[in-house]
Design a protein around this ligand. Structure first.
Ligand SMILES: [Zn+2]
Length: 119
């Protein structure tokens, strides 16, 4: 009986090691702060938010969206990093007024693109 339990434990351990070495280094979840930005929808995660560590980098996610994130953690993390980077550079580039100007330009470019697509 004890030997069987040990065998199962050993098998689980071996499996865990195999899975770990082939999959990305994902750990968690740990509780997230409510103001943390969700890796899936880019909103704040709220009071039920959780956070995962992917290759040592922390990513917060709304609890109900965690399965979505876990279906493709690397993909979501990559998109999130790109999203955060562009957001950060915009913030550095301008304060209140220039951010407003950037937003206006973005809206104008989008409109122009839409017109071009319609033509
Ligand atoms: Zn979300």
């Amino acid at each position: 009986m004890t030997a069987r339990v040990l065998q199962v434990c050993l098998l689980a351990l071996v499996l865990a090691v195999v899975v770990r070495s082939s999959a990305p280094d994902l750990s968690g979840p740990v509780p997230a702060r409510p103001e943390e930005v969700c890796v899936v929808c880019y909103g704040t995660v709220g009071s039920s938010g959780i956070a995962y560590f992917l290759d040592g980098v922390r990513y917060a996610v709304s609890k109900e969206e965690a399965p979505i994130f876990l279906s493709d953690p690397q993909g979501y993390a990559k998109r999130f990093d790109e999203h955060q980077r562009s957001k950060r550079s915009t913030l550095v580039w301008g304060g209140g007024l220039s951010a407003f100007v950037v937003a206006l330009i973005v809206v104008m470019v989008r409109k122009r693109r839409m017109q071009r697509a319609a033509a």
